[in-house]
Design a protein around this ligand. Sequence first.
Ligand code: HMG
Length: 427
Amino acid sequence: MQNSVSGFSKFTKAEKIDWLVSNHFKNNAQAKANLERYWNTDKVLQKLHDEFTENTISNFYLPFGVAPNFLINDKMHVIPMTIEESSVVAAASNAAKFWMERGGFKAEVVSTTKVGQVHFMFHEKLEELESLFKTIKPQLFEQTKSITKNMEARGGGILDIELVDKTTQLSGYYQLHVTFETKDAMGANFINSCLEQIATTFKSCSKDIHVVMSILSNYVPDCLVRAEVSCTVDSLSTKAYSGQEFADTFIQAVRIAEVEPYRAVTHNKGIMNGVDSVVLATGNDFRAVEAGVHAYAARSGSYSSLTHASIENGMFKFWIELPLALGTVGGLTALHPMVKTALELLGNPSAKKLMQIVAVAGLAQNFAALKSLTTTGIQQGHMKMHLLNILNQFEANESEKAQLIEHFKTHTVTHSAVVKAIENLRA
Ligand code: HMG
């Protein structure tokens, strides 16, 4: 096959780059220079990053921003956010400031149970399987002791193992559904190691048990956190609208996201702007969080909003419930220097505390987006923040940037308006 390669993984970094640039780029020297430009001059740090994953040839930077003024459960926080999209950090900061003046965010962890499953096939009688499972269950716990010992010392471990009959969905399909408490660890490796041991012990009790796979589930509806804000409807008033008008329209926007999947996806995407950026900054697995959160948003059978809002007795309330399996020990948390900085900024939180902070970031983000959407429209604030990106795209120099930022303080930012203003200035 043209451009195929064998043994690429064994090449040195330099060999990998040479092979790539000579086979895939028009300007070899420029492509190589660009990859090398992003290497860290600190060789130890670069090696650390090279070894996070495989076939590493360069780094890919994301901005590390901070959103101050988050009052969460009566304590002030500065939230680290790793994100490339303009206006997200500004929106979070804006919402934080808004709610700081109205009592702040309240957050609580509802539950922390994680799940793993041994998926297996069995085509004999169910009673036989039930009897086997009953007999072997104590051994399933016993034989994982060497893996669970340290976790148990921290107060975690395997909570329960259940036999689940899935044969109505797939002929011969059963599960061992295992629940875990993993304390401050996200627990993926711990859970998977336990599951593989459980599977080994279990299949040894009958030749009719055919284990297909053993793996944690990223669907964690019982690892749940809730965050909310509330204030009197009157205190939402501005010169432009009354508190009642604002709250009514805001609630309508939330209701629309509750019933209309097309809107719910965008609504929840805005929430994930906040969630993912904190999850990334704190070295957690955003793919796992994304998959779990969206499955939760669709748990009724129809994809729906993750946030909800109400007015009761003159009080406006806005809240979110999110399934979040996060860790503050293990994984990248102890390895990535910026993750360590992010966690220290948050006061080295427990996993439960981090769940609260992440949920608050999601709620704040959604509040800022809905506030803009239902009042000025999103483009005004978003494009104001995006202005620098457009100017950079046109390689504006510092003097041009200063003049155009000043100009757009009193003019609406659109892509074409910025292009025109640059052309006028340069003419
Ligand atoms: P504003 O009221 O024009 O801002 O809002 P301001 O200049 O009056 O400043 C007020 C505060 O906002 C500041 O306080 C900051 O907290 C923050 P201060 O620091 O001055 O004491 N702020 C900033 N923070 C950092 N850097 C900045 C900055 N500017 C303001 N440069 C703002 C402007 C953009 C914040 C507002 O319009 C907003 O919140 N808009 C929403 C933007 C948004 O949601 N962006 C997400 C990307 S769009 C998207 O992907 C999601 C979406 O589709 C989801 C959905 O549909 O639901 C919208």
